[in-house]
Design a binder for this molecule. Sequence first.
Ligand code: FAD
Length: 524
Amino acid sequence: MNTDSRQDTVDTTLDAEVILVGYGPTAVAAANFLGAYGIKTIAFERYKDIYARARAVTVNDWTMRCFQSVGLDTDLLKDMDPTNTLLWKTYSGKELMRIDIKKSSLGQPSSSMIYQPVMEQTMRTGVARHACVDVQFGKQVTHVSQDADCATVEVTDIETGTKTNTRARYVLACDGGSSGVRTQLDIPLIGSTINTLWVVIDARVKQWWPERHVLKFWSDKQRPVVDIPLSMGNHRWEFPLSENESEKDFETKEQLWKMLSTMGITPEHVDIHQHAFYRHHVRRAAHWREGRVFLLGDAAHMMPPWAGQGMQSGIRDSFNLCWKLRDVIRGRLPESMLDTYESERAPNVAMITEVSEELGRVIKMTMTGPEKIKAMVGGLLSKFKLPMPPSPLDKPPTIGKGWVTGNISAKSAVGQMIAQPRVATPAGHRCRLDDLLGHGFVMLGDEVDPASLLSTQERKAWDALGTRYITVRSADGSARSDTDIMDMEGSLLKWLRDRKTKAVVVRPDRFVAAAYGSGLSVPN
Ligand SMILES: Cc1cc2nc3c(=O)[nH]c(=O)nc-3n(C[C@H](O)[C@H](O)[C@H](O)COP(=O)(O)OP(=O)(O)OC[C@H]3O[C@@H](n4cnc5c(N)ncnc54)[C@H](O)[C@@H]3O)c2cc1C
């Protein structure tokens, strides 16, 4: 583990540098990142145990890359299954559309099925590696205040009712969709709740049935169903109630079995262990920062689950914000750059929310022939300029307006997440690119010492951020320095050349901050 233990500007009069409110997936991700950066952090969670109901079902390459940065991807992947195909079919078995998921350029599986309680447990175990993170369960945050020096949270011990105050430089409100912090700060929640009520049935697999491992969308006039092969022998079905149905129609196991039997599923195949009713929200907080307090995850935004991006968006929020907090806390970057958390994350969340909504509409439509569904999904992908085929979310991540130099455009490297091919050290050790990048800023040059492209002033500014300078060399050539990276697949040099640049500065979250040709100064 590459733990950065420098805490050179820790204010000893505070209890912590950062307080996390809540300990759901967004906060646990933040605790992993802050822990790896050596930032003193305290998390308060009202519940003693992990929330037992599995909600999220899938994770993608970008999210796994976040976890790779803290050495957790391998452990997490052990409990996940690959998603290879999305399949639309009718109850009569007619195949309407098949999307095969392509290999990702980000160095992680494109899409994996998860079992959320187990995934969260592994994430929590990851946090336990970091002595600088203290997690307190059974503690409810009941008030937040702030002044010029710090933020103070009032914490109530749920068992004893005792109240204590804890002070830190920043508070990350990761307290979910009904965020008490958001309410207390009077930050409006904009948007609406979709009226359709959905039933979610969770089951454990007893006996495999044909195509059990395929993520399916059943298209039927009466009832579309999303059929989801969760990992670790778990399975889920989600379906909407029609206008003349209510929760009463799906209260008993008999009613649920009757429903599942339409897809050929019987008590021989699964044990049903829980079911729940959901209405989906399309909501976002009007702003995500109030002084020293930031909203992350569901506290900042809620979307329908159809693109499988709700939990992942919270994890990406944490990854975006935590390195910025680290560098501001250490006095390397100005406080004002923390505003780029919202300006970079909000457009991506808005796009993904819209994709999720549209996918929900496609799922609910009755399709009888392949033409209609292909036209609908094709229309959806072209609307969002997403590639077709494969999966709608295969577009490499780009950030919106934010902490970058120069303009973000499809043709420029600026604002894009850099690909992650296999590389090697000059001593011949093969690894993934990020394993050599670490937690800091890295400037990469195409067969050139990237530092030689900087002006004296630019060099001084990047040096102050601890930037490392690395030359990428073709594997067919020779290394000239111990710090060179050998491009084993040729795709790293190709990535730079496709974007017509000789050098880029990669941020700790793997997005490109600046590129040769469009300005190499440190963003302001
Ligand atoms: C049916 C369904 C399917 C879904 N499928 C997917 C999917 O496939 N992929 C995906 O990425 N997402 C999916 N989601 C969304 C995902 O589950 C959520 O986006 C995610 O759980 C949000 O995480 P969070 O940490 O922000 O909030 P939460 O998980 O809600 O965690 C908030 C935590 O804060 C605690 N807390 C709240 N207030 C306080 C307080 N005052 N003091 C202390 N602690 C407090 C709570 O107890 C809780 O533990 C799905 C959701 C549903 C409902």
